[in-house]
Structure formats: C-alpha cells, structure tokens
Design a protein around this ligand. Structure first.
Ligand code: DUC
Ligand code: ZN
Length: 483
C-alpha cells in the first residue's frame, strides 16, 4: 500500500454520531483510511490529547457583499476565509445578493469572480432574492440550481429586500419544483418600522433602542407567518438567526406537528445580551444586529433549543461592518440606530464559543457540536458526504482541537478586517490548533500555510431531510392542484 501523504494519529475522533480513538490516513485531497492504528504518513501529526473533528461549515456569513442598505462588508473573500479557517471552519456558504433591477445570472457571475482569486478554503453560494420576477423565478433560479447554487434566502423585513407573502409563496413554489432550500429572515417589517419611527421622533436614537424596535414579537409573528406559508405548500423552510424564546417555541411547536421547519441560531444569541448595546454614545452600534441581542432568559431558551434539536444548524451570520462612517456610524456621534449597518462579526469565534460554552460546560455532547457546526449544514445544503464528516472518501477537511487552551479575547488575535470584536475580553476554552482543507494544512502554529485563491467553489446538490421532532408533513391536497 502506498504511504499516506498525511496522517493524524492518536487523537479522539468525533462525528455527528460517534466518538472513537482512531487514526486518519489522507492521500491527496481525501481521507482514505480510518483505523485504530495506521502507519505514519509522509507528514505525521500527533493528535494525542486532542479532538479530531470535521472542519466546520459556516452556512450563514456575509462576505464581500453589498447589504440591503447598500453597504459593503469589511471582509473580502481573503480576510473572510482566513478568519474562518483560524476558527476551525473549512467551508463557507456566503450570499450572492441579487438587488432589485439586477439579474441573478449576472449577480452570480460577479460573486464567482470576487471569490475565485481570494478564498483560501472551499465555498458555495446561496442567492439572496431581492426581486422574484417571472424571468428570475422561471429561468434564472432553475439555471442557478443546476449550477450548484441550491438554496435561496428571502427577507420579510428591510425595505429594499422585503418580500410580500404572495412573493414568498412564489419563491417557495419554485424551490419545491426545482429542488432548492429556502432560508428566511423572519421579522415583521411593519411592526419594526412603526416602533422605530416613534422612537426616533421622541429622540430615542441610541443603539440600545435598536433592540426596542426589533421586539421579539416582530420575530415571532413573522416566524409564525412563514411557517403557515410553508405548511400551506408543504415546502420546507429554514428560519435563520433565531434569537428569542417566542420564535423558538413557535418553531418547536410547528416541528412537533410534523411541519418541515428547520432553524438556525448564532453565537451572539448565546453569550451577548441587549445590555451590550447600552454603552456611552454610539459605541453600542458594534453590538447591533438583526434580530437583536435579547436577555439572559432568551439565551437560556436558545441553549435549550440547541440541546433538544429545535435548531439543526449553528452559523455565524458574520456581518462585518466597520465602526466608522462607511458602515456603523455614517453620521458619527449623531447616528441613530436606523442608520447603522446591522450585523456583528463572528466567523472566527463561532466554533470556539460553542465548544467552550456548549461542550466543555456540558450543555452539548461533542457529537451534537459536530452535527450543529458541520454535518447538518452539509446535509441540508447538499454537500454531504463530501463535506461535514470524517469518513473514507470524504474531503480531508479536519480541525484538531486542543481542549486545554484558554484565551482571553483581544481583537489583535482575529484575522478579519473589521477592526473590533463584540467578544472582546470574553474568555473561552478549547481552540482549534491545526486545520486542513482537502488535505492541505491551512492553519498550523498560529500561521496560514496556503495561498490566496486556493479555495474552490463547490457546486452543491439537493438538500437532504434532517430529522426534527417529527417529520411527516401535513397531509395536503393543495399540491396536486397547483403542481
Ligand atoms: N442582520 C441581517 O439581517 N443581516 C446581516 C446581519 C444582521 O445582523
Ligand atoms: Zn438575516
């Protein structure tokens, strides 16, 4: 037998279903052997005392993307993917954003060009659909799906992106017919705008009022509504960045009724609260994201949802906006929460936060960690089993975790281009030490070892169903009349 190019030996290997003591043999870009004992490869890594896990998949991040408000994110495909890799992530699925009046086909070509020469790890794209015209629904989306872009994101809020219920039904119907998964930002735009107008009129423009405007009931209402639209057509949806107990409970009760509702949450909702927005002047803008940070009780509800399977995926929603006039504070100290770019960075902190606060504090098993950070993303977004697991034949995308390392967060440690981290001063234990992507060592000894542009676009297949509480689907007669 030919020698392995790379071996990772003596570690504790975990997948979404098993934890074992095993060695991995890698040849070229793939894992070719897993066994209790393997001979040393050309390069041999001793993983004694470490966890050997699938590299993370971050299926919700905004990289080199123009927001609904027309603001460019601080990270391009180089800094965004380098930062992801240092945090143990080996595949990202950011958004190609179709703005009104532009074509999906041109948008995708543009994002391919942005990523091709810069990404250091593998990537796919979801499409944000800003305007579902007939041409887009019937020609451009089917072509995008054939080209491996098999998921769309739609918004129920933000004036430039918000879709009406009728349009949401159109998108769900096409996704069902063509085999794509629909991700939904669920917040009631009218409720938020109504509250915000009154707050601003009364001089309440400080960052903390962002949280007041984005009431948890606005999230719960839109969550309930998209669930009803999804059930009407028996088409699955994935509700992204869930932040509140109200929305979590709404999702869980729909899942127990058999609806095909998937859900995602993010690190900011686990370890930050609305108090973080309440700082002198406009400093709190660094903690403004949508949906907003809530309270301790909401954190507990989100942790419970991760543990009990209400959430299938945990992503960063990395939305890197600089704390300057280009993004967070366009009018300096006079900027109101309505004018600030929405979003927090977190692509590098996503996995360390869940490992430290979830696995090491006993809230989640190591296998749940793997499912939530890698395997379920791969299954739901059509990457499995090439990505998201450690198995013979899978890409050699591996992160080796040292559970003993503890770090106090200082922005100087980060590799993004944002200029601050909302987790400054937090202490987290358990960090990835070595990361491989398709057999290449990407990060080792705190250094990057691959070239700009060495990541590849991965054309994705169809979404695989994931078990939620009960997954039967409401019997419907509607489908046979409208197919
Ligand atoms: N909210 C969004 O809707 N998108 C990006 C980031 C955020 O906070
Ligand atoms: Zn969103």
């Amino acid at each position: 037998m030919d020698q392995f190019d790379l071996t990772i030996r003596n570690g504790t290997l975990a997948t979404a279903s098993e934890t074992t003591r095993a060695d991995i043999g890698i040849r070229g870009e793939q894992i070719v052997a897993i066994a209790k004992r393997l001979p040393a490869g050309t390069r041999d890594i001793d993983a004694a005392g470490r966890y050997v896990l699938p590299g993370g998949i971050d299926s919700h991040c905004h990289i080199e993307q123009l927001s609904g408000m027309g603001i460019m994110s601080a990270d391009d495909f180089y800094s965004g993917t380098v930062s992801a890799a240092f945090g143990g992530t080996t595949t990202i699925i950011p958004f190609a954003a179709q703005h009104r009046g532009t074509s999906v086909t041109a948008t995708l070509a543009d994002y391919h060009e942005r990523a091709r020469t810069k990404a250091v790890i593998d990537y796919g794209f979801h499409l944000i659909i800003g305007e579902p015209t007939d041409k887009i629904l019937n020609e451009e989306l089917p072509a995008a799906i054939k080209a491996g872009v098999t998921s769309f994101k739609v918004y129920m809020t933000y004036p430039k992106w918000r879709l009406e219920d009728y349009q949401l039904l159109e998108v769900l119907h096409v996704a069902d017919r063509e085999g794509a998964l629909v991700m939904v930002h669920a917040e009631n735009d009218d409720m938020i705008r109504w509250i915000a107008k009154r707050l601003i009129e009364r001089g309440h423009g400080a960052p903390k009022f962002h949280g007041v405007a984005h009431d948890a009931l606005a999230e719960a209402e839109a969550t309930h509504r998209i669930i009803m639209l999804s059930r009407l057509l028996s088409v699955p949806v994935l509700i992204v960045h869930v932040s509140s107990p109200e929305a979590t409970n709404t999702i869980r009760s729909a899942q127990t009724l058999g609806a095909k509702i998937y859900a995602e949450t993010c690190p900011q909702y686990l370890v930050l609260t609305a108090d973080d927005m309440d700082r002198p002047g406009v400093e709190g803008a660094k903690w403004c994201c949508g949906p907003p940070l809530r309270d301790k009780a909401a954190q507990e509800a989100i942790w419970a949802g991760l543990a009990n399977g209400t959430f299938q995926v945990y992503s960063s929603d990395h939305a890197p906006y600089k704390f300057d006039a280009t993004a967070k504070i366009p009018r300096g100290d006079d900027t109101t929460f309505k004018e600030m770019a929405n979003g927090v960075p977190g692509i590098e902190m996503r996995l360390p936060i869940l490992f430290s606060e979830g696995v090491l504090k006993g809230r989640l098993s190591l296998n749940q960690f793997v499912a939530l950070t890698a395997t379920n993303h791969a299954r739901m977004y059509g990457l499995y089993p090439r990505k998201g697991t450690i198995a013979v034949g899978s890409d050699a995308d591996v992160a080796i975790w040292n559970p003993e390392i503890e770090k106090r967060i200082d922005y100087a440690m980060m590799h993004d281009a944002v200029g601050y981290t909302p987790y400054e001063g937090h202490v987290y234990k358990g960090w990835p030490e070595l990361v491989t992507s398709r057999g290449r060592i990407v990060v080792e000894d705190g250094k990057l070892h691959v070239a700009r542009g060495s990541g590849q676009f991965i054309a994705r297949g169809a979404s695989e169903p994931i078990a939620t509480q009960r997954h039967g689907g409401r019997p419907t007669t509607l489908k046979k009349f409208i197919a």
